[in-house]
Design a protein around this ligand. Structure first.
Ligand code: 2P0
Length: 313
């Protein structure tokens, strides 16, 4: 009888952003990145052998070329059987909350266990990266880096070492119109700011590593906001322009800037979507939650701590 295997992985939020690819076949980023893995948000993926590859996300059968291509790549290397994939996200899919990061990390983890592939976490991050580069980072908990030349992710701080909070303000539940992969391609091809963005990324990454090592919140805040806004600058200057923010996103940015100016340990970041992620210390968390709740409503706030590794359940 066929048995199933279930894995859980958490999405992550990048402080130093990946935006752009240097190699499409291997899915290699053009910029190094650093992220925080999020507790509370999770993707749960169950696989079972079946006559064909089929994919179900949140109980809906879908045809996802990216996932099918990912399975073919692994099958070529390891000869795995065809499978049914059932995935549940406890957060909106495809709206800038990194569902592909946790999705591919959970799938790679489940495949490794189910077919006894014997990959280490580091090898799994390389495999997951081919599905979605940000998912390389979701294999690990804590604060995670992804850089060349190996482009394997690694955990640079375990969860709990620096007890930061990530307060997410959901400003929309709609799926984004332009996927990250497509957005990156357009940006690389058309934004006049793309080359400067890539050129400055390594220094931002190195400076951020040292801010994390020294647990220097102010420096981390400056570097993260700068990385986010530079990425947004490349998006805005893409043709056609990529405008992922909405007016509520901007209202949250202003509220966070105001708290930061008043001395609160908090900063903002956003990704390829309209959701706001406020990173703060536990001392600032209550005020940040209150301020963002006033804008998006308390039911649209998700208060996360730093999450753990992708794992079998
Ligand atoms: C990041 N993002 O570093 C950046 C910031 C979005 C903005 O990684 O093409 O879904 O599948 O490798 O990983 C989203 O990109 O893109 C992403 P692919 P992915 O988190």
């Amino acid at each position: 009888m066929s048995y199933s295997t279930t894995a859980i992985a958490h999405p992550n939020v990048a402080l130093i952003k990946y935006w752009g690819k240097s190699n499409l076949t291997e899915n290699i980023p053009s910029t190094p990145s650093i992220s925080i893995t999020l507790s509370k948000l999770e993707t749960k993926t169950t696989i079972v052998e079946d006559d064909f590859d089929t994919i179900w996300i949140n109980q809906k059968k879908i045809n996802d070329e990216k996932i099918l291509r990912f399975l073919s790549q692994i099958r070529e290397k390891t000869g795995i059987a065809t499978i049914k994939i059932e995935t549940e996200n406890n957060f909106p899919t495809g709206s800038g909350l990194a569902s592909s990061a946790s999705g591919f990390a959970a799938l790679a983890t489940a495949l490794n266990q189910h077919f006894s592939l014997g990959f280490t976490q580091s090898e799994l991050s390389t495999i997951a990266r081919k599905g979605s580069a940000s998912s390389a980072r979701s294999i690990f908990g804590g604060i995670v880096s992804l850089q060349g030349p190996s482009w394997k992710a690694r955990s640079i701080e375990q969860d709990g070492e620096w007890p930061l909070r990530i307060i997410i303000a959901k400003t929309s539940s709609e799926r984004k119109e332009i996927s990250s992969s497509e957005g990156m391609k357009l940006t690389r091809e058309t934004s006049p700011f793309y080359q400067p963005w890539v050129k400055e990324a390594q220094k931002d990454f190195d400076d951020c590593l040292s801010a994390i090592k020294n647990q220097d919140f102010e420096k981390l805040a400056d570097l993260s906001e700068k990385s986010c806004l530079k990425m947004i600058g490349t998006m805005l200057s893409t043709s056609p322009s990529l405008i992922y923010w909405n007016p509520t996103t901007l209202a949250c940015v202003h509220a966070i800037k105001k708290m930061r100016t008043a001395g609160k340990a908090v900063f903002f970041t956003t990704d390829a979507g309209p959701q706001i992620k406020a990173i703060c210390t536990s001392e600032s968390a209550e005020e940040v939650t209150k301020s963002l709740s006033n804008i998006v409503g308390p039911t649209n706030i998700i208060d996360c701590e730093i999450g753990g590794d992708a794992r079998i359940v």
